[in-house]
Design a protein around this ligand. Sequence first.
Ligand code: DI6
Ligand code: FE
Length: 412
Amino acid sequence: MTLSTQDFASPQYDLHLANVRFVSMMPNDEGYQVQQGHIYITQGKIAAICSSPLPDKAQHSLDCQNKLVTPGLIDCHTHLIYAGNRANEFEMRLNGVPYQTIAKQGGGILSTVKATRQASQEQLTELALPRLDGLLASGVTSIEIKSGYGLTLKDEVKMLRAAKALESYRKVRVSTTLLAAHAVPPEFTHEPDQYIDLVCSEIIPYVAQEKLADSVDVFCESIGFDLEQTERVFQTAQQHGLAVKGHTEQLSNLGGSALTARYGGLSADHIEFLDEQGVQAMAKAGTVATLLPGAFYFLRETQLPPIDLLRQHHVPLALSTDLNPGTSPFADLTMMMNMGCTLFGLTPEETLRGVTSVAAQALGVSNSRGQIALGFDADLAIWDIEHPAELSYLQGVKRLYARLIQGEVSYV
Ligand code: DI6
Ligand code: FE
């Protein structure tokens, strides 16, 4: 099964994916609706979907021999760029020291900040490649990457540039998020408000002007930033035309998700401690709930996100790795689909929506990615599986045949 080039005078399509079975993941579909047919791609977009081959010719054709095609998976919440690792803290936690205590003693996020500040932009990109390769092997075509381990203008910018540079090393689409408000840096330990002044007066304006980030995120938590500080960051982000999202209700209920919703946030993420008021606010604003079972699992949390309430209020559920060195060292999105089912009780169908169409919504790209639909970007994953539920089921076995990004085929 190789890509064959045919010699047609003026082909109407660039690529014909022949004999596919596919799940479109369109919002109004009921169930998976595995369909059979042919997908035609022109200029990186899905130009035709039909049950039998078209008479019009395509320049290239790939016989998929009934393999299953899904939208390319989207990992909508990662901290992929960092230096060092925190295996020692994992060990400390298992010896009984809580995550929050480690953080308060200058470990946790701040230990990664130290290592990340010491690394060059090029080193950060290079260190991220093996982790990125893990995600790509699990079918990822788009990934969001946050800063947040620099906490100075220079180091946050370095992280965002290192993240974007990954696109020139691998076939992947990177969205970037400024998370300067991830932790209070050591220079500001006793003046967190002054750090927020710096974030609002210098870091956000520079990042917006240089177009280094698509969104701005805040860790709204007792070991992060309070509601007032979070709101100042959101206001400034909006003034600079950047979307907002939040790390909210992960370890306690501060009301950060409702605040994120009030600012029209794309997503509120973690949300284990979210209450019904927060759920209602998110439903009203159309804010996506991003579930991160890897962090829940790795921190051995017991408070489950309010999945039933979110369903009742029709809040869209995204699912992501939260890949980071402290709370979710997992570079595999299908493994998160498995954990979404086993730990949070999601159905395999919900998890597939959560890493395709809903993840696209969490990144503000739902009009062009995350579905197999006419006019959408031809970002696809081709799998050696029978049924989409298998993605949430078997783990540790290579099932990805190929990925397509804007119609370009790659076999990793
Ligand atoms: N919540 C998390 O789980 C990550 N960031 C956040 O705000 C943890 C990041 C880390 O521990 O390095
Ligand atoms: Fe996170």
